[in-house]
Ligand binder design. Structure first.
Ligand code: SF4
Length: 404
């Protein structure tokens, strides 16, 4: 979400004739888009803001914008008091109105054109935000507090955005939202929206991130079975494999329900790759709870997992961690080793298969299952080609282009 917001911010600058630069000394403005999902992310963002003091002294006419989730959590009053050289603070709840803050500093836009900026990926993939905020209350999560309750963009706006991205060269669209498959508007549900986006001429692959296990309806499985342009990969956060911890986390599903869902989706799309998120060391997590998480990795056959130590939040003292750091570290390294073992098995299963690869460079691309794949020859940036998988090194498949 932050990457997508940063791109919208860059587009707002582009409408005023600015270009993006990595070089601070060339910049007229600096935007720090902050994260607060873990305490460490917030601390890093804030020290980055602190370091801009020197830049501002050397560029007194330069403007500093602090935006996003940590800006929302800490507030404009606190940030401007602590860093008086900051010009504008725009919290995550108001990020869609960044344009107003920009107009205050640099005047009105020169054009109303969308001016999309693809800052983080190759040009053939574009992010399209379909919802903002989240209406869940997972016990460990700060997102609903800083981004507000879920609001869904109208289908027409989403389709228009996707069409504009295709016009600027995208072949793959990634729909974004905190609980992306909870999207609904009027009588249209998530599967209906997917159909509308797939109907946009030029959309050759469609992904979405991140779904919540509670929101997959029957019509989604049907669409997945019928529509090969729907990516054969889901990033489906599990967070824990222990029913007791899942309940404490208020995730709304059990381990059994999660596995059943995977079974159903894999029946619709055989070979569906599933990656996930895990938190280790949640308050009260026992060795038995942790073993349930470890076992889930193999049972679900995850292709990849982001694993993090539980991060206690300064604003929730009652949710402090009660496990020694050494225990958390030890569990984290066991989990990472198991994820590595299972993901290697999943990767090896692809050898000998034919995959459709969207190339980002002449020799590198991604399969529909979101596996990285390299070829020696035959690829071209932006091309979608059939590739026979011949082997795998570490996390990357190797293959040979066989046809367009
Ligand atoms: S569903 Fe996701 S974003 Fe929403 S509260 Fe839970 S973890 Fe946070």
């Amino acid at each position: 979400m932050n990457e997508a917001d940063s791109e919208d911010i860059a587009a707002a600058f582009a409408r005023r004739g600015f270009a993006v630069t990595d070089e601070l000394k060339k910049a007229d403005a600096v935007v720090v888009n902050t994260c607060t999902v873990r305490q460490r992310a917030e601390d890093k963002a804030i020290s980055q803001v602190g370091r801009l003091r020197v830049w501002k002294e050397k560029h007194p006419g330069g403007k500093i914008f602090v935006v996003g989730c940590a800006a929302q959590k800490l507030g404009a009053k606190y940030l401007k008091q602590r860093f008086p050289f900051v010009d504008e603070v725009v919290g995550a709840k108001a990020i869609a109105d960044f344009e107003d803050a920009l107009a205050d500093q640099f005047g009105p836009a020169e054009t109303s054109e969308a001016a999309h900026k693809n800052l983080f990926r190759s040009p053939q993939t574009a992010y399209v935000t379909i919802m903002r905020g989240c209406s869940h209350r997972c016990s460990y999560c700060i997102v609903p507090a800083v981004r507000g309750p879920a609001t869904f963009l109208p289908a027409g706006e989403i389709v228009k955005d996707a069409a504009a991205r295709v016009k600027s060269g995208a072949r793959e669209i990634v729909l974004l939202g905190q609980t992306v498959n909870a999207w609904k508007h009027g009588n249209t549900g998530f599967a209906g929206l997917l159909k509308k986006v797939l109907a946009v001429p030029g959309v050759e692959r469609l992904r979405f991130m991140s779904p919540h296990p509670l929101y997959f309806k029957e019509d989604f499985a049907g669409l997945l079975a019928a529509e090969p342009r729907l990516a054969r990969h889901l990033h489906l956060p599990a967070q824990s494999g222990s029913d007791r911890i899942l309940k404490e986390m208020r995730r709304g599903y059990t381990r059994g329900q999660y596995l059943k869902l995977l079974e159903k989706l894999r029946a619709a799309a055989p070979g569906l790759a599933v990656s996930t998120d895990f938190i280790v060391g949640y308050p009260g997590e026992t060795e038995a709870d942790f073993r349930d998480t470890l076992a889930l990795v193999g049972e679900a056959r995850f292709s990849m997992a982001y694993c993090f130590k539980y991060s206690p939040r300064t604003d929730r003292p009652e949710m402090a961690s009660d496990l020694p750091d050494a225990v958390m570290e030890e569990r984290l390294s066991r989990l990472l080793a198991e994820v590595k073992r299972v993901s290697r098995l999943v990767l090896d299963e692809r050898i000998g298969k034919i995959e459709e690869v969207l190339f980002e460079t002449a020799d590198y691309g991604r399969t529909s299952g979101n596996f990285s794949l390299r070829v020696k020859t035959g690829g071209a940036p932006g091309s979608l080609l059939k590739v026979k998988v011949t082997g795998a090194d570490r996390n990357t498949l190797n293959g040979k282009v066989i046809a367009e």
